[in-house]
Write a protein that binds this ligand. Structure first.
Ligand SMILES: [Zn+2]
Length: 373
């Protein structure tokens, strides 16, 4: 395993931060896999998963079993890790400019399109190689304007030419769920099998440029830009939501690490001499636009009536908001039949706060589908 340190552009004189990437390889041909955790710095379950994944990868490398390269970034956000205010940890938005750490990655398709005019043809492998070379070349020329930009640029540069990219996050209170690109539903179902995810949701590009879309989205965009060329979705990317923020435990993380390792064996990134047994798909891939989100129409004390992981029916009471002055109770019901997979951990709602998420079959939303810009 090789360790690389990536200094970030200093925010102020006298301060410096850096990212660290771990590179597992036996110098053999194979896919490039990129896995990071903690991009939202206060989402720590995935960071513990990588703690338990690293020895599995090291043992595989010691046994000469790595095909291609596996890149692990154990913590993707050293800026956010240092953000506390009034004894609370805030790792989702950068204090300096209020931006979400998982938005505004560079639009690689737009950057490489001018370089590829007239160069792509009917050979998909050749096209992938040319596109990746162009991506590496444009990223190498980018100059970061500040510390946050330099963090984004470093992470995206490490991931831009990957075949598989997993970005490990968590929700507020939730069961395991996955986000994938709409053009990669089969690949997403494979990941869901091995990780044991009952909620896998697909969406086309959101325009918010989150990290996962910065890896998979360019391939969809380049297909549209060059309709006559053979361009596969060469990078499968997923945001893996490892349950809720408090679900940081040895039992969960060791099992999750073993599941990722088994998935990597199934994908040919690790060759232990045999393929793993392919698990059942817990539940089919759903449209993210079929997720019913209840937002608080009024402020109040939050009283939940159901737990994440429960199947619910349209009209079932999920949450009530209680006005402590009038003592009125306002109960809100599910708009769909589906799997209740996430809810807000905060128990006092301000108006318009997102409260509950139910993944169903009926499209009920349109427009911008990501939470908390
Ligand atoms: Zn997150």
């Amino acid at each position: 395993m090789q360790t690389q340190h990536h200094p970030l552009k200093s925010a102020t004189v006298g301060t410096s931060r850096s990212l660290t990437s771990l590179h597992y390889s036996n110098g053999k041909p194979g896919p490039k896999v990129y896995i990071q955790a903690g991009l939202h710095a206060d989402e720590n379950p995935g960071m513990l998963v990588l703690h338990y994944l690293r020895p599995l990868l090291q043992a595989a490398e010691d046994a000469g079993q790595i095909r291609g390269e596996i890149v692990v970034v154990p913590f993707a956000n050293p800026i956010g890790l240092n953000q506390t205010l009034a004894m609370q940890f805030h790792g989702r938005f950068e204090f300096g400019n209020g931006q979400n750490f998982n938005r505004n990655y560079r639009d690689l398709a737009a950057m490489v399109t001018p370089l590829l005019e007239g160069k792509l043809g009917a050979d998909a492998d050749s096209n992938v190689a040319k596109i990746r070379a162009a991506m590496r070349s444009v990223m190498a020329k980018e100059k970061a304007v500040n510390e946050l930009d330099s963090m984004r640029l470093t992470l995206q540069t490490l991931a831009c030419d990957a075949d598989i990219m997993l970005d490990l996050h968590c929700d507020s209170e939730a069961i395991l769920h996955l986000y994938i690109h709409s053009d990669q539903q089969e690949e997403g179902a494979e990941l869901a099998r091995y990780l044991g995810s009952a909620v896998t949701m697909h969406a086309p590009a959101s325009n918010g440029q989150p990290f996962d879309e910065s890896a998979s989205g360019p391939w969809a965009a380049l297909r549209e830009a060059f309709p006559d060329a053979a361009i596969p979705m060469a990078c499968f990317a997923s945001t893996v939501e490892y349950r809720g923020q408090k679900d940081v435990s040895t039992e969960l993380a060791t099992d999750d690490a073993e599941r990722i390792f088994t998935y990597l064996r199934a994908q040919g990134a690790v060759d232990t001499g045999s393929l793993p047994v392919r698990p059942e798909l817990p539940r089919e891939v759903k449209d993210l636009a079929a997720t019913d989100v209840i937002r608080a129409p009024i402020s109040g004390i939050v009283e939940y009536h159901r737990e994440p992981g429960e199947m619910v029916r349209e009209g079932d009471a999920l949450v009530s908001l209680i006005d402590p002055l009038t003592n009125d109770k306002h109960t809100l019901v599910s708009g769909v039949d589906g799997l209740f997979y996430a809810r807000n951990r905060i128990r006092f709602a301000h108006s318009d706060m997102e409260l509950t998420f139910v993944s169903g079959d009926k499209v009920v939303r349109s427009g911008y589908l990501l939470s908390a810009r």
